[in-house]
Ligand binder design. Sequence first.
Ligand code: AP5
Length: 216
Amino acid sequence: MNLVLFGPPGSGKGTQAERLKTKLNLRHISTGDLLRDAVARGTELGKTVQGVLAAGRLVSDDIVLALMRDAISAVEDDRTLSGWLLDGFPRTVGQAEGLDRILDALGQRIDAIVVLDVDRPAVVERLSGRRTCTQCKTVFHVRANPPRVDGVCDRCGGALVQREDDRPETISKRLDVYEAQTRPVLDYYGGRVTMHTVDGGREVDDVTQAIERELK
Ligand code: AP5
């Protein structure tokens, strides 16, 4: 099964992807994670995109499509997986068109798009309270999903930090970019790919169950 998780920054794509990938045996491919990893490792790509991420703008379609071509092809080579789960991609109509070309070449398709619907005040609250483990990348929230010990990851003991793009002015910019450049991607797929819209404003477990019900 090949899925796209769609929704604004902070709608819970990463949180739900972590759960769904295990339940459905899918490779979770997050463009945000791939780009942040390049920045952390100080690669040429990382140096190119660092400022763009920090400002809450979008990395160019060419760069993102090259990353995704490799990532999706790698899933095809891994026979133990049942498919992929895209998180944070496609984010422009240009990326959606590029994804169509990649999938045509591989003889694959998107089976369903899951749209997480969460209003703006809720995502602002979520992003301002998010903390991420520097080691294993597990995501927490200071109120909704706090670690047992303040600032320490429950899973691996790593330090928890706030993402650079989760500062208030950058959150606002990212949400504006979503409305202007990313929401139109839903129109691009309208009528062509099965879409399931889920209320992402509920408890994490309830959202997971709602997604699972939709995908049955
Ligand atoms: P990316 O990493 O993709 O960030 P995003 O889409 O802005 O999404 P987030 O990771 O912020 O949120 P999420 O929906 O995953 O929510 P989460 O589960 O963490 O992109 C970052 C940047 O990279 C972009 O701005 C851009 O510069 C670049 N980029 C990435 N992809 C690109 C592309 N395709 N093209 C160009 N540039 C690209 O949850 C958020 C918080 O809420 C957490 O604290 C969590 O614990 C909490 N939470 C989650 N669910 C719930 C719930 N149900 N109730 C209460 N709290 C919850």
